[in-house]
Write a protein of this length. Structure first.
Lengths: 382, 331
């Protein structure tokens, strides 16, 4: 099975990736990225990611990764897509989550993961550990060559899905993750002042100190987690934690309070849905994101024509949540968000989704249900 | 944003108000975050809160009596609240309630140090500066390579980005506050249209009638008068032009100066405004003018090709700065 995948991947690497239209209507096993004016390095990184994605069993039906000057990386349609089409399906073991963390080979790492209650922190620490294992392309090449030599086989015969010493098995995915996420916790005082919102800037400062406290409180687990990795390659500093937390906060999908970093599905850029709707406990998000048969499925929430970017509505959130946790602001056409930002103050609806999206992992189920009941009774327009 | 409170906004009849507040559980609102959605009616709880705050003694007594009757009949809290609302159905009270809410929103808007227009300028300037520095960088790439070392030795910072260029975080922050201001402004317009419900929820006919009722005419409004009065005068003047179709009304929009509101539902592709040609300023109206026209004729001898843009420009200058209040376009 792995050989079969690998032969297909090696053929895709030989094909030129310059013309985007050639990728149209291609099955997910021969995925190529779309290039709308980016550099060759980014394009090659995208293609490496797509090869890895298909090798680990990810399915992309009618979509691929693309890069343009405006949005950066995004998901593009390779054929005409209609609403409710299944576009992405990824095995859960290849989504960064508690499930995949517990499949780690290292016993000390597993023990550390077991001690971490919050899903947010767990996925962030998992990200830090995988980054520490190594993720650069040159390192991957060397590690694979060394492993192939040791086993006496060709590099191409090495299964992509197996852990190789000196490199993370998620390396191609880690390479496409953003190096910075412009969240309010990273703002300096001048930038916070520019918000002209004392509540928001105070909250950003508080969040930063909370994160610092949280990181300190996990020092034992962090030590345990990185015990088997060489000190020089460890990415276990507070700055690394902040980065990992911001990536998880902005890209991880939340299902029933559990966090999942889903390759490819986390690359959708935001655009509100055409049809205006009331906030409804994130029902709209759950309609297009489902988990069953051991896979994470994503359905298109709108139609898209071939070679156009397929965007996604991130759910019933306010701009406050977007600037704090996604590093973006929604301006839909007229500059007034549709569902996003309909609430002028720290709205109950915002609070509701904030509780579920951000803190659910921290709270026991009964407590989070109680909070849900309390906030659902408040004064939201229905 | 804080809701107006009993102690600060309604000191009279405090006992009666507190009694109704407690009966209807309106104090809950202060403990909860408030959701306001432009173009959507206020939630019943907020509406009731504002009504009780704004009501006069007579209304409060009627409300209390209606509530007592319904409570005695064993009705639910919702029915009791509806009875109270009906008893206070006077438009004056409703208008006052909305006014209270508008004041809260206005206060919030005034707290911002910059206006929406200033933010737009800030973003545009920053974008320009970034473009300029990028072009500079591209142009003198080789030269700079040599100079940079010297600049660094002299302790000079990067000359690529000027102080007007904002960082990515600052740009995001400005965009964020712009969305807030827009929502608040929209809410304010919404409140204004609701408090003026008779005009805005009715048909063209009633809107036109309302305009005729406007006491302010443009002769009454001084040059430094309130924007609201100027808008009223403009609406009256425009209605006098007798447009065949008009589903719009001008209104003072906070942070955006003047905007338009619809007076009735406008469907897609529907003509919602027909402006009579005689009401428009154009190069042809300039030619027809008894003062500007002859000047343009003289200029045409010198410049036979003519220039519609400057003809209109001269016309506008003459009407605005020479004729002033005597101009038929003054409003």
């Amino acid at each position: 099975m792995f050989h079969f995948f690998y032969i297909l991947i090696s053929t895709t690497l030989l094909v030129s990736t310059a013309a985007a239209d050639a990728a149209a209507t291609a099955p997910s096993t021969s995925l190529k990225s779309f290039n709308f004016g980016t550099d060759a390095v980014t394009e090659s990184t995208n293609n490496d990611f797509l090869d890895w994605y298909t090798a680990v069993g990810g399915i992309a039906s009618g979509v691929t990764v693309g890069h343009d000057g405006r949005y950066g990386r995004g998901v593009y349609a390779t054929k005409s897509i209609v609403e409710d089409d299944e576009v992405i399906s990824v095995p859960l073991e290849w989504c960064m989550s508690r499930i995949s963390a517990m499949k780690e080979d290292s016993r000390t790492a597993k023990a550390a993961y077991r001690q971490i209650q919050s899903d947010d922190d767990l996925v962030a620490l998992m990200l830090m550990r995988e980054m520490s294992k190594g993720y650069s392309k040159s390192r991957e090449k060397k590690a694979r060559q060394a492993a192939a030599d040791k086993q006496g086989i060709a590099v191409l015969d090495l299964p992509v899905t197996k852990e190789i010493p000196g490199i993370s098995k998620w390396a191609p995915y880690l390479r496409v993750l953003p190096r910075t996420v412009p969240l309010t916790v990273f703002y300096n005082q001048n930038e916070l002042n520019a918000l002209e919102d004392s509540t928001l800037s105070n909250e950003a400062n508080q969040r930063r100190s909370q994160m610092s406290k949280q990181f300190k409180s996990m020092s034992k687990q962090v030590k345990l987690l990185f015990k088997d990795l060489p000190i020089r390659s460890r990415k276990s500093k507070f700055a690394d934690y902040l980065w990992a937390k911001s990536v998880v906060g902005s890209r991880a999908l939340s299902m029933s309070g559990k966090k999942f970093l889903v390759p490819l599905a986390d690359m959708f850029n935001y655009h509100p849905h055409q049809v205006e709707r009331d906030a409804d406990n994130g029902a709209n998000f759950l309609r297009y994101h489902k988990m069953h048969d051991g896979r994470f499925h994503v359905y298109a929430d709108r139609a898209a024509t071939s070679q156009k970017q397929l965007m996604e509505d991130y759910g019933d959130n306010t701009n406050e949540l977007y600037i704090n946790h996604h590093g973006m602001v929604s301006n839909s056409g007229t500059g007034v968000p549709r569902v996003v930002g309909l609430f002028v103050t720290d709205s109950c609806c915002c609070l509701m989704f904030f509780v579920f999206d951000v803190f659910c992992g921290l709270l026991p189920l009964r407590l989070s249900m109680t909070i849900h009941l309390i906030v659902s009774m408040c004064n939201c327009p229905r | 944003m804080q809701l107006p409170t009993l102690s600060t906004h309604a000191k009279s009849n405090l006992g009666l108000r507190t009694k109704i507040f407690n009966k209807l559980g309106l104090t809950r609102l202060k403990r909860r975050p408030l959701c306001l959605v432009p173009k959507r009616p206020l939630s019943p709880l907020v509406n009731m809160y504002l009504l009780v705050l704004a009501a006069n003694k007579n209304d409060l007594v009627q409300c209390d009596a209606a509530m007592a009757t319904q409570t005695a009949a064993g009705e639910s809290l919702q029915v009791v609240a509806e009875a109270c609302e009906k008893a206070m159905a006077e438009t004056v009270t409703q208008r006052l309630g909305l006014q209270l809410m508008s004041n809260v929103i206005k206060k919030q808007l005034h707290r911002y140090k910059t206006t929406l227009a200033e933010d737009v300028v800030l973003l545009a300037t920053s974008k320009k500066e970034h473009l300029k520095s990028k072009q500079k960088k591209d142009k003198g790439n080789n030269k700079k390579k040599k100079k940079r070392g010297l600049a660094a030795q002299l302790g000079l910072g990067s000359d690529d980005v000027s102080s007007l260029a904002m960082t990515m975080h600052e740009t995001l922050a400005v965009r964020y506050r712009m969305t807030r201001k827009k929502i608040l402004s929209l809410l304010l317009v919404d409140m204004a249209s609701r408090s003026d419900g008779s005009t805005l929820s009715s048909t063209d006919e009633s809107a036109a009638r309302h305009l005729q009722d406007v006491p302010v005419t443009w002769e009454d409004v001084p040059e430094d008068g309130a924007l609201e009065d100027k808008v009223k005068a403009f609406n009256a003047w425009f209605a006098a032009q007798k447009p065949r179709v008009n589903k719009l009304i001008a209104a003072a929009v906070p942070m955006m100066r003047i905007g338009t509101l619809t007076t009735s539902k406008v469907d897609m592709d529907e003509i919602y405004l027909e402006v009579p040609v005689k009401a428009c300023m154009s190069s042809s109206s300039a030619w027809k003018d008894d003062v500007v026209g002859p000047v343009l004729k003289e200029l045409r001898v010198k410049h036979p090709r003519g220039d519609a843009f400057h003809e209109l420009l001269f016309h506008l200058i003459y009407e605005r700065f020479v004729r002033g209040r005597q101009s038929k376009w003054w409003p």
